[in-house]
Design a protein around this ligand. Structure first.
Ligand code: PEP
Ligand code: MG
Length: 575
């Protein structure tokens, strides 16, 4: 029987390849007594040297693909492996207690981990504990003769299958070999899904059970447009998927013809189509897809890709590169938005029950722990501002008080730089993301003080519907076209316009082909999305008339009770 799974279509494209399981193997073992302790010490030495060899390889690969700074984390692992004191203690444990290497190893490393973790306030010690935990896992895997998965070691065409992928796992995937990925959990707006779209890797998330159903090397056919995965496809099915992939490629080639075209509707109105980026490297995709601006630069990836807090100079270099790369076109840089599903290995945050509702983004920047980091970022941005058309925005603003505090720190740093004789741009627009319903509801108040709004629907929808954006079990409640969401958006856009300000959107909804006609009708000014959605959106806008879309939006807002009714109405207008 042919097995088929359905998940959430997260990144367009089709692939047929064998599965690479990015799943943690079982590392359980029993403590046993041994007679020949020399042989046991030799098993340990073998496992240590295989681990060293493997880590050295991963380190070199990381240095080539991600850069020297990222590779340094593996140096720390290599140091643990060659620590004579620790290795000596493990061997001592084997010979004194006549136990197997697995248990001697974990007894000693657990003691070190416990000792370092007890130093709760010391981030350096917390990192050492994490390093030892990682290294122990690797050595244990060699002792037990099981393989630890490692995306950077993939060197043939595969579909990666995982329970979940973190944004940093996703960043390590090599597009030349990873033809698609499929996960058990996640939603369309998880950051791994967003990154898949910018890397142009077809992806399906939230299948609930792919890791239970698929074995290593099993053949898979994956369609990231429909969300279908077929296990062990027949030759006929393979041909069908390959044909679907070719049709998608042909469609993309059609859209590409619009790369240098202006975004104008059938009745000649212009909308700004911008791209979302995570690193200066994404500019290639931005320019290849004919973006008119960068509407969201998620700067937290700069922090996540770095072994420690990036310095003011590191940040200045990155911001300058993006501003210059955009050649005078607008670039909206969002200040650091750590928290939720984005973590920093070197910043230990307290464990929280609800990280998306917790200590994150601007809340960190305005706290005593984050203020210096925030000031450093503002200085780097201000210094870079002379190299292009910079706009700054703050994430996760709930209250006017938060905006005023952030703006005050910005104004202070600006003044300090001017006093130091450093050049900064004369005028930089400072805006906020609208991601929290409280801010959306009083957008009329915010509009008097900010220069612009960018609506972050990825979060705004999850907070309005009380449906976790990462949780596939409640993904049916993640409803961009629900009239409640459309009303909030309209209120935000109207409030901005009343004060002569502009309103954009940088949540994934901005590139959603059902939402675009509605947003045009609502009067959104700027649409910022994964670069790979730009050309299809330009193509869609080209054939739509704004007066008709205004009528559509009014009918959706006034007459529709449910998301399904809105979808049906849009389909009627697009037919
Ligand atoms: C959003 O919430 O819509 C947004 C763009 O920010 P992020 O996806 O990074 O949370
Ligand atoms: Mg957000």
């Amino acid at each position: 029987m042919v097995d088929m799974l359905k998940g959430i279509a997260a990144s367009d494209g089709v692939a047929v390849a064998k599965a690479y399981l990015l799943v943690q193997p079982d590392l359980s073992f029993s403590k046993v007594s041994v007679e020949d302790t020399d042989a046991e010490a030799k098993r340990l030495d073998d496992a240590l040297s295989k681990s060293t060899e493997e880590l050295q390889f991963i380190r070199d690969k990381a240095a080539q693909t991600l850069g020297e700074a990222e590779a340094q984390v593996f140096d720390a692992h290599l140091m643990v492996l060659s620590d004579p004191e620790m290795v000596g203690q493990i061997k001592q444990n084997i010979s004194d207690n006549k136990v197997n290497a697995e248990s001697a190893l974990t007894e000693v490393t657990d003691m070190y981990i416990g000792m370092f973790e007890a130093m709760e306030d010391n981030a350096y010690m917390q990192e050492r504990a994490a390093d030892i935990r990682d290294v122990t896992k690797r050595v244990l895997a060699h002792l037990l003769q099981v393989t630890l998965p490692n995306p950077s070691m993939i060197n043939e065409e595969v579909v990666v299958v995982a329970h979940d992928l973190t944004p940093s796992d996703t960043a390590q995937l090599d597009r030349n070999f990873v033809k698609a990925f499929v996960t058990d959990i996640g939603g369309r707006t998880s950051h791994s899904a967003i990154m898949a779209r910018s890397l142009e890797i077809p992806a399906i998330v939230g299948t609930k059970e792919i890791t239970d159903k698929v074995a290593a090397n099993q053949m898979l056919a994956v369609n990231g447009i429909t969300g279908d995965v077929i296990l062990d496809p027949t030759e006929e099915q393979k041909a069908e998927f390959i044909a679907a992939g070719e049709a998608y490629a042909a469609q993309k080639a059609e859209w590409e013809k619009l790369k240098h075209a202006k975004t104008v509707t059938a009745d000649g109105k212009h909308f700004e189509l911008a791209a979302n980026i995570g690193t200066p490297k994404d500019l290639t995709g931005v320019n290849n897809n004919g973006a008119e601006a960068v509407g969201l630069y998620r700067t937290e990836f700069l922090y996540m890709d770095s072994p420690d807090f990036p310095t003011e100079e590191d940040q200045y270099v990155a911001y300058k590169a993006v501003l210059e790369g955009m050649d005078g076109k607008p670039v909206v840089v969002r200040t650091m938005d750590i928290g939720g599903d984005k973590e920093l290995p070197y910043l230990t945050l307290p464990h929280e029950m609800n990280p998306f509702l917790g200590y994150r983004a601007l809340r960190i920047s305005l706290s005593s722990l984050g203020e210096d980091m925030f000031r450093t970022q503002l200085r780097a941005l201000l210094r870079a501002s002379v190299h292009g058309n910079l706009r700054i925005m703050f994430p996760m603003v709930a209250t006017l008080g938060e905006f005023r505090s952030a703006k005050a720190l910005y104004t202070e740093e600006r003044q300090k730089l001017i006093d130091e004789g450093v050049a900064v741009a004369d005028h930089i627009e400072v805006g906020i993301m609208i991601e929290i319903p409280a801010a959306a509801v009083i957008a009329d108040k915010f509009a008097k003080e900010v220069d612009f709004f960018s609506i972050g629907t990825n979060d705004l929808i999850q907070y309005t519907m009380a449906a976790d954006r990462m949780n596939e079990r409640v993904s049916y409640l993640y409803q961009p076209y629900n009239p409640s969401i459309l009303r909030l958006i309209k209120h935000v856009v109207d409030s901005a316009h009343k004060e002569g300000k502009w309103a954009g959107m940088c949540g994934e909804m901005a590139g959603d082909q059902t939402a675009v006609p509605l947003l045009m009708g609502i009067g959104l000014d700027e649409f910022s999305m994964s670069a790979t959605s730009i050309l299809k959106t330009r193509s869609l806008m080209k054939r739509l008339d704004t007066t008709k879309m205004q009528e559509l939006a009014t009918r959706a807002l006034d007459d529709c009770d449910t998301m399904e009714e809105v979808e049906a109405l849009v389909a009627e207008y697009l037919a």
